[in-house]
Ligand binder design. Structure first.
Ligand code: FAD
Length: 402
């Protein structure tokens, strides 16, 4: 059996290894269009490679995927985060789980993952060809013919497509021509630009517990928020960008976000806390007593934003003042205009429609003997090792070549 794996990224390598493990007799080749292999693994996680996530609950795990949740929930039954850890550790890559559940190699170096995948290919006899770009794929009875950038054509028994996310629809045209539905690609995992907001002066500040939402939508998120030179970032914002990838693209990245700086869902709790400060610390200036232990620079900024006089005493803010503070702490609005792709990790929302793929095998429902794995499919996750996990899971299943 002659098997081609198109694409030498995480999903391509994992599916090729799985194919050779499940079918030792098969001739398996990874065909990579560039002269680099596993290039995203190399730069991933800031060069450390966040290889998976420590989450063991399949429902919770699947919920980390704005696109592909239901599909992956089924696939995780076959290969999930536990299998990923066992897979790498049993091949000599020691892993460590951080407090935030992100899993990295103990070496803190993505090269450990690359070396492991390369060694495994070598051991099993997976062939690897670089500078071998596929330009066309055609079904020939039950066989698959690939055309290369050199105009050469080769016929295979089975083909696994692992070409990664394509930011432009045109990059997926060859798969569309084969009969697959393409879900329009748009970026996911980006930070928010706020060119007209003074909050940018606070760049570098991290607020550990926030809730954020996009005004006029159901999009909401929580977690740490980082103020940057351009606007806002951090897990809370990246999650919002992932779940809102399509809506925010339709709005051309112009919208308002509301920030709850104190992560208290209930404004009454915040109000009670503010009232007790008024009673107990009435003689102190607002600027000298921070509620909820907010970062000092942020608190000074919020007092100014609420237009309190610089020497305002807590005791004299009155009912209106209490309401104003509650509002700025729990419902602070910022205008977003534009986005910046997160330097640590970005992915594509959209790709080959999951309706066209059998989750049990990753085989195309449109063309027999064509399989899909990784980001080329309409699957993407939030940050935290979830995107590689999708590649390992779908790669393992595709490689079974069922
Ligand atoms: C900077 C950055 C950091 C990231 N960090 C993390 C992280 O720490 N953890 C995490 O889980 N996720 C991370 N991600 C996301 C993760 O890297 C991707 O989701 C994952 O690499 C997708 O794997 P893939 O194999 O599907 O696609 P890719 O890694 O994109 O690989 C696809 C390969 O196919 C090749 N190819 C494309 N078209 C053709 C063709 N026609 N013929 C032949 N070859 C072709 C490409 O050249 C490429 O080598 C990060 C992403 C970025 C950009």
């Amino acid at each position: 059996m002659k098997v081609a794996v198109i694409g030498g990224g995480a999903a391509g390598f994992f599916s090729a290894i799985s194919a050779k493990q499940h079918h030792p007799e098969a001739e398996v080749s990874i065909l990579e269009k560039s002269n680099k292999l596993l290039s995203k693994v190399k730069i991933s996680g800031g060069g450390r490679c966040n290889v998976t996530n420590g989450c063991r609950n399949i429902n919770q795990l699947a919920a980390a995927y704005p696109r592909g949740e239901m599909f992956l929930k089924k696939a995780f039954g076959t290969f999930n985060t536990r299998h990923t850890e066992e897979w790498f550790e049993s091949r000599g890559v020691a892993l460590t789980t951080q407090d935030d559940n992100c899993v990295f190699p103990v070496s803190q170096n993505s090269q450990s993952i690359i070396d492991c995948l390369m060694n495994e290919c070598k051991k099993l006899g997976v062939q690897i060809e670089i500078n071998k770009g596929v330009t066309q794929i055609q079904a020939q009875n039950e066989k698959i013919e690939l055309t290369f950038n050199t105009d050469e054509t080769i016929i295979y028994d089975k083909v696994i497509v692992a070409t990664g996310g394509s930011p432009k629809r045109s990059g997926l045209e060859w798969l569309e021509k084969l009969g697959h539905n393409i879900v329009e690609p748009v970026p996911s995992l980006f930070t928010f630009n706020m060119p007209n907001e003074k909050v940018r002066d606070l760049m570098g500040i991290v607020v550990e517990k926030t809730k954020t939402n996009v005004q006029g939508t159901k999009l909401k998120s929580d977690g740490p928020l980082l103020i940057t030179h351009w606007g806002m970032s951090g897990p809370s914002i990246l999650k919002l960008s992932a779940f809102g990838a399509r809506i925010l693209s339709e709005r051309d990245y112009i919208f308002n976000i509301q920030v709850n700086w104190v992560n208290e869902q209930n404004a009454e709790i915040v109000q009670a806390e503010i009232r007790s400060i008024v009673e107990e610390h009435g003689q102190k200036k607002l600027s000298n007593y921070r509620p909820f232990l907010l970062p000092d620079r942020l608190w000074q900024f919020l007092i100014e934003k609420s237009e309190f006089p610089i020497d305002q005493l807590w005791g004299n803010i009155g009912k209106k003042g209490v309401n104003k503070i509650v509002e700025v702490l729990t419902n602070d609005v910022y205008a977003v205009s534009g986005k910046t792709t997160f330097k640590e990790e970005f992915v594509t929302c959209g790709g080959v429609s999951l309706d066209d793929i059998d989750v049990k095998t990753m085989q195309s429902k449109v063309v027999k003997n064509v399989y899909f794995t990784g980001e080329v499919m309409d699957i993407d996750g939030i940050t935290g090792g979830y995107n590689f996990q999708a590649a390992w899971t779908t790669g393992f299943i595709a490689g079974q070549l069922k």
